[in-house]
Design a protein around this ligand. Sequence first.
Ligand SMILES: Cc1cc2nc3c(=O)[nH]c(=O)nc-3n(C[C@H](O)[C@H](O)[C@H](O)COP(=O)(O)O)c2cc1C
Length: 191
Amino acid sequence: MSHGAWVDARNCDRRVLRDMLGSFMTGVTVVAARNDEGRPSALTANSFTSVSLDPPLILVCLAKSSTSLGVFSRAERFSVNILGGWQRDLSAAFASRSPAKDAALETLTQGSPPTVDGSLATIACTQHQVVDAGDHIILIGGVTAFTSKAGEPLGFFRGAYFDFGPAASGDQVLWPIAASRGAAAPENAAG
Ligand SMILES: Cc1cc2nc3c(=O)[nH]c(=O)nc-3n(C[C@H](O)[C@H](O)[C@H](O)COP(=O)(O)O)c2cc1C
């Protein structure tokens, strides 16, 4: 099957470009950190990617229009929480700028970085590098510790959520492991 006509990415409607990029199916994460006064900030992000195993590095791309940008640019620590199928409402809340987001922020764990309890996996990071990239920044984190448990992931494809059917709540913790030997787990680390 041949592909359709080429679209000039530099001159096309941004919506058309965005729709095309949305054909890449992803999982969904919530990225969370604290500001200088200790207040939590968080947003939904599907631009998460693993970068390196040795040393363990991950990245997430944040829009410069995000109100949390300053917090994430400066935060020494942040968490990436990979959402399960049962956390769709939480994803919607953290993607909003509404009272639902304020309520969701209240549910983050205490400690630094704050985390989303009950996620499919939670990754605690220290800031490794911030790279300027067009209308986004690339936030690269050095993984210090993580938790992971059984369950189905939340997915995102062409602007809509999907999951893999009746999702297990993932109560069983499989491997709460410090990423490097002797690494201090975050004070709020689950498990
Ligand atoms: C599924 C999904 C994935 C998203 N991924 C990203 C992302 O990777 N980076 C980003 O900056 N915003 C992303 N967003 C948008 C932000 O979550 C949204 O703009 C949020 O309101 C930003 O919050 P803030 O302005 O309070 O920081 C995504 C939204 C959804 C629903």
